[in-house]
Design a protein around this ligand. Sequence first.
Ligand code: ADP
Length: 343
Amino acid sequence: MTREPVIEAVVPSLDDPDRELRPQRLNDVVGQRDVLERLHIAVDAALKRNDVLGHVLFDGPPGLGKTTLATCIPREMNVAIQYTTGAAITAPKDLVPYLTNAEERSVLFIDEIHRLPSAVEEYLYTAMEDFRIDIVHGDGTNARTINLWLKPFTLIGATTRAGMLSAPLRDRFHVRETLEFYSDEELTQIVRRSASKLQSPIDEASAVLIAQRSRGTPRVANNRLRWVRDFATSRANGAIDLGLTEAALAMAGIDCLGLGRQERKYMETLIRVFQGGPAGLEAIAHTMNASPDTLEDEVEPYLLRSGLVVRSPRGRMVTSNGFQHMQIPPPAQANPGQSHLFD
Ligand code: ADP
């Protein structure tokens, strides 16, 4: 018997700005070819065997499609999904309702799974491996432990920091996939599709430019597109052309590599306050009045990937490409022990 999946529970409803543009099925997902191919095989095999899909872990910087893939999988399997996030689960008891409510073969999606406290991680071990949990009833000397069998379910975890998961938890995921940044061509395709979903006419040159200025990240591409669309609606008749796109991106402070205000502020702080580094993340974050986690998760991955900054044991350092891009000359090498990286 096929059951209508409870997909609606998956995304925090009204406050999910990505919802209207999020691909619904694996076939609508652009890029990540190898990852998709492996997911298709895992899903297909589980369906053919009439079996539960093994637990899946997605890892990678924000906005690359972890939630999207996690929400497409239950649709492919035609099963229900429950959604929570690591920050909301502070003790094993917070997790119990999700585990006991999980229907056979349904998906439990835990976003930011690295934020689970270690007691909760440990509680998940038997739930994931044997579909069994212990529930403690009562307090003190009256406490009784009840062993409860769960229905076989699939845990899908998403994280920007796979390294922060304990090894036993990581090892309990059968499928582990790291999402990579997207090529300009893939992002162009996403911009075209999103523009069509938003019913915004856009020419090819504008789609390409928005893609090139989106730091390899679909969420950034969609946000840039929304901004350009607003600009085109306010300043013209809503149709997006190259002149409007260039003007809109310039007005938003987005440079030719797609760095926005936050990334440029990070580069400027590292260059002007720390002479290009090496500087520790905490020191940079304090100076910028930002959180170290935000910098590490959202700002640094693309700067590192594009070779504008490197991480060394002594801290973050701007590369010669980084100085060049910011059009600031590197400081004279006062101390030969503190040479900058010239590549
Ligand atoms: P993450 O969970 O990794 O932070 P999301 O899955 O929320 O990222 O993706 C952010 C938005 O980017 C989605 O709403 C979707 O519109 C878009 N997106 C992400 N990956 C893709 C993709 N591979 N193809 C098309 N759109 C994508």
